[in-house]
Ligand binder design. Structure first.
Ligand code: FAD
Length: 498
């Protein structure tokens, strides 16, 4: 990670490389629905058990005092990890499903009465798409379908789609230190994450999380329950591993191949003064785009001391370096900042992992070649134009990910070597427009050297040619699959496959 701050510029380098600036406005703009949803309310009341929570915006119901449902003056954005005006539509209802038949019954009502349905699992979509984006939709909150079952004999895990990564990391680790090769934030929902690929620090060793999906259970657009694996619904099995959530079906259960967690995780951070920025990036690129080094970092957890020493000898001499060793569970829970002991993790499981929300925006690009000197100079110029908290993560992709044939799953970016994620955070008191403008300029400065493609899990609503940007060579096949499984767009949002 590389970090800068407006007073004291400093750069921190981890295995993943980021640049942070410090210095932030949020607009809650909720349009309340005016539609009459009484028919929907009747259908759901008749088909769901009394115990299922269904919450409607109060102004859409004639009878607000029923014992069968509740109404609320809710602000949907409170259900998402992103705050602010980007989430502004109001749904017809939020249903808290508890099992497959709840999901099936909701989809059947939606199909009968022509409502759009969106599944919400962990609420961590970068654009809040777990809540959908189209006015008067039905949101199925999957958070209660969160069971975690481990089969020690065949080293597989079967998880409810609403489970979050943190509890899965915790429980799988209790079984002979097994784990899943997923992302770093323990609050992320399994479903959205795995359906879009799922990139984490074990990706170069074990591939994407989607590469280890063995089977799924899902509800289709007609409300029918499907088993999806290599032999049942093979095209859907292909599409659900990498094309992203919210598109074809609602997955209720995943079965994964578990992987062995590393016995020790070593992270290191280095700090440089800002005038070293270009040199640090150039030298770091010489490692990231070097086939010999890339093979070494394939085994990043097996030979970390080699990697650390190689990094330190290649990069310019830092002002300061910290090396930190910890066990796997502490490293994946690292973002929680709750200390390292077991009871903290257990407590978090009991508390169902309420998660922080941010004013933030992210953009992302893949690279197959190093960034040119000319673009780096432009990048450094535009960095100086803003004042705020800007992060750039230079993630090494490739490794095992690139050994899997590109047509094996819907994830199309197997030949990309590096992904750069551009993220900006702001406070309620800062000018959102100014911050977003700065982020965009920095992103554009490095755009031409990229593959001009990106990762669906880092979805960005400002991209217009999104079919090509996210799906590249897989566009046509995905459009066909969408047409087969959901030709009426029951599952859709503003960046849906079409
Ligand atoms: C703080 C943070 C850290 C992150 N770190 C990483 C990382 O390390 N690696 C990485 O790869 N990504 C990372 N991400 C991105 C994350 O993987 C995606 O945003 C992912 O889609 C989130 O899934 P979710 O279930 O939490 O989100 P949601 O907002 O609930 O859903 C995301 C999308 O999936 C759909 N969906 C949800 N549940 C289902 C279901 N059961 N069936 C079908 N569709 C469904 C939704 O409708 C929506 O379109 C991070 C995101 C955040 C906010």
């Amino acid at each position: 990670m590389i970090k800068f701050d407006s007073n004291l510029f400093f750069i921190v380098l981890l295995c993943i490389f980021q640049i942070i600036f410090n210095s932030a406005n949020r607009h809650d703009n909720v349009n309340f629905s005016k539609t009459n949803n009484n028919d929907l309310q009747k259908c759901l009341s008749l088909s769901l058990p009394l115990s299922i929570r269904t919450i409607y915006p109060c102004n859409t119901l004639t009878n607000q005092n029923s014992s069968r449902y509740k109404c609320d003056h809710f602000n949907v954005s409170s259900l998402s990890s992103i705050r602010g005006g980007r989430i502004s539509h109001s749904p017809a209802v939020i249903v808290y499903a508890t099992d497959n038949s709840d999901v099936q019954n909701v989809v059947k009502c939606a199909s009968k009465l022509n409502y759009i349905v969106n599944a919400l699992s962990g609420g961590h979509s970068y654009e809040g798409y777990g809540l959908g984006s189209i006015y008067n939709n039905i949101i199925i909150n999957m958070e209660a379908i969160n069971y975690i079952n481990i089969n020690q004999r065949d080293r597989t895990g079967t998880f409810g789609a609403g489970a979050r990564l943190g509890p899965i990391y915790y429980k799988t680790y209790q079984y002979d230190k097994y784990t899943i090769n997923a992302g770093t934030c323990p609050w992320i929902g399994l479903a959205g994450h795995a359906l879009g690929g799922g990139f984490g620090i074990l990706a170069r060793l074990y591939g994407l999380l989607a590469d280890n999906i063995l089977e799924m259970t899902a509800v289709n657009a007609q409300g029918k329950l499907l088993t999806i694996n290599k032999t049942h619904e093979p095209e859907l099995y292909w599409a659900l591993r990498g094309a992203g959530g919210g598109l074809f079906v609602i997955v209720t259960e995943f079965k994964f191949r578990l992987v062995k967690s590393p016995s020790l995780v070593t992270t290191f951070s280095s700090i440089w003064y800002p005038n070293a920025t270009k040199l640090v990036i150039k030298r770091y690129q010489s490692l990231l785009f070097n086939d010999k080094t890339l093979n070494l970092s394939n085994n990043i957890f097996l030979s970390m001391s080699n990697v650390v020493s190689l990094m330190l000898t290649t990069l310019p001499t830092p002002n300061k370096t910290n090396i930190h060793k910890q066990d796997w569970l502490s490293s994946v829970y690292g973002e929680l900042s709750t200390g390292k002991n077991d009871s903290d993790y257990r407590q978090l499981l009991l508390n169902n992992l309420t998660y922080p929300t941010y004013n933030f925006k992210a953009k992302h690009l893949f690279y197959e070649q190093p960034i040119s000197d000319h673009s780096l100079d432009q990048f450094i110029d535009v960095l100086a134009l803003g004042d705020g908290e800007l992060y750039l993560s230079f993630n090494p992709w490739g490794g095992y990910i690139s050994t899997i044939p590109v047509d094996k799953t819907a994830f199309p970016h197997r030949s990309s070597k590096v992904g750069i994620q551009f993220r900006i955070y702001w406070n309620d008191g800062q000018d959102e427009k100014q911050q977003l403008n700065w982020l965009n300029q920095v992103y554009l400065s490095l755009y031409n050297d990229s593959t001009k493609h990106s990762y669906i899990n880092y979805i960005d609503r400002d991209v217009h040619n999104w079919m090509n940007y996210y799906y590249h060579t897989h566009q046509k096949r995905l459009i066909n699959i969408k047409h087969i499984y959901d030709k009426n767009n029951r599952f859709s949002f503003e960046r849906t496959i079409q």
